[in-house]
Design a protein around this ligand. Structure first.
Ligand code: PLP
Length: 424
């Protein structure tokens, strides 16, 4: 049954079971002859039937190129594409649909800001404030920009629990800070940053704020106006939508002043060999044929999540995180990395004397899919003096049975390595 039409009244739910796994066809397929226990949602989420069907239906019934054709089908596809933009606008409570730029994902959204806003705005000696928690996608684009402009990067350190050092943030923030680029939720530790508070401080010194929302949008309510930030980036595939589609939200005034980044069809007003003029935002930043089907399927994913209720998903994952944290902490030899007070459903951990990659392989043989490695956050691993971690990341379809399978698979790995404690 499709969750969108299901009766999901709170009374029918236990805190750690939404019971929606059957909406996700892939979760029914076995792996290595075992039930698939998918705990790699930080990397990408699985897709519900509603999303798969929306993309299929687009190609079967609505496919045409957009913004160009005079024929009915082109107009129809354009309407669907623009309606998807409105769905995104409502989901993140943007003031206008024109503030929503479709991109390939978070990475492209951040690069767009770096190369359009950043290259046009930053000068030698200007400072970009990042944090130790950042994903490489929110580090490398700024390093490239620094090479081009002479701007410099400053980094806010974190505590052993994985929380931002707010005193250091205050000390590093100054009139030289032109940009604060922070992750909303750490993909490696799950730490939820106090983005609204940090944004207010950044604005007080005149800095612009970009928030990397890749790990946030699927897990709790995001309201860009309430956050107060200037740019917000996220990826569709981490929100139960397809790969290859994402969003850059930017304030209308900022987008209006930003030059194009990529040139091509669809982003122009006029073209001659003497020079070209450009379309207004968001089209100015959507050169070439975009991922039209992806935008439609992303809107279907947002509809799916909204029908369940993002607050309900947040409550479910919060309860499951508490349960999973206690379950892992109870295993002798397991060390949790990242114990912030305010955390999303991500559990990074090390198992004594078992390399994370070996652990990941053994868990996989038990049907348990987790991620092992540096999680595209090498500076963060360096901070903890570790090569990487094992990471279980939760999605709306996970439940206590998945955590029990994870715990059993860790025990299996410890048995294989002869490291399982026999102590009570
Ligand atoms: N930022 C964070 C916090 C992430 O977790 C990820 C992906 O793992 C990204 C950025 C990059 O997202 P994408 O690869 O979809 O562009």
């Amino acid at each position: 049954m499709n969750a969108v039409t299901e009766d999901l009244s709170v009374n029918k739910l236990t805190p750690t079971r939404l019971g929606l796994a059957h909406d996700f066809p892939i979760l029914a397929r076995p792996v290595h002859g075992r039930r698939l226990v998918y705990l790699d949602n930080g990397a990408t989420t699985q897709k519900p039937e509603a999303v798969i069907e929306a993309e299929r239906r687009f190609y079967r019934e609505s496919n045409a190129n957009i913004h160009r054709g005079v024929h009915w089908l082109s107009q129809h596809a354009t309407d669907l594409y623009e309606a998807s933009r409105v769905t995104v606008q409502r989901f993140i409570n943007a003031a206008h649909a024109d503030e929503v730029v479709f991109t390939r994902g978070t990475t492209e959204a951040i690069n767009l800001v770096a190369q359009s806003w950043g290259r046009n705005t930053l000068r030698a000696g200007d400072e970009i404030l990042l944090t130790t928690l950042e994903h490489h996608s929110n580090i490398v684009p700024w390093q490239l920009l620094c090479e081009q402009t002479g701007a410099v990067i400053k980094v806010v350190p974190i505590s052993d629990a994985g929380e931002l050092d707010l005193d250091a943030f205050d000390a590093l923030l100054s009139e030289r800070t032109r940009l604060v680029a922070i992750t909303h939720v750490s993909n490696a530790l799950g730490t939820i940053n106090p983005v609204a508070m940090l944004t207010a401080k950044a604005h007080a010194v005149g800095a612009t704020v970009l928030v990397d929302g890749a790990q946030a949008v699927a897990h709790h309510k995001v309201d860009v106006q309430a956050l107060g930030c200037d740019f917000y980036a996220f990826s569709g595939h981490k929100l139960y939508g397809p790969t290859g589609i994402g969003v850059l939200w930017g304030r209308a005034g900022l987008l209006a002043a930003m030059p194009p980044w990529q040139g091509g069809g669809d982003m122009i007003r006029t073209v001659s060999f003497e020079g070209s003029t450009y379309a207004d935002a968001p089209q100015r930043f959507e050169a070439g044929t975009p991922n039209i089907a992806g935008s439609v399927a992303l809107a279907a994913a947002i509809d799916y999540v909204s029908a369940i209720g993002i607050e309900r998903i947040a409550a479910h994952e919060h309860a499951l995180l508490a349960h999973a944290t206690a379950a892992l902490a109870a295993i002798p030899g397991v060390r949790l990395i990242g114990t912030a007070a305010n955390k999303a459903g991500i559990l990074s951990f090390m198992v004594e004397r078992i390399h994370p990659h070996d652990l990941g392989t053994i868990l996989d043989s038990e049907g348990v899919a987790i991620r092992a490695g540096h999680h595209c956050a090498m500076p963060l691993m360096t901070r903890f003096k570790i090569p990487g971690t094992a990471r279980a990341s939760l999605g709306l379809y996970n439940d206590e049975a998945d955590i029990a399978a994870l715990v059993a698979a860790i025990h299996k790995a410890q048995d294989l390595f002869g490291t399982r404690s026999t102590a009570p």
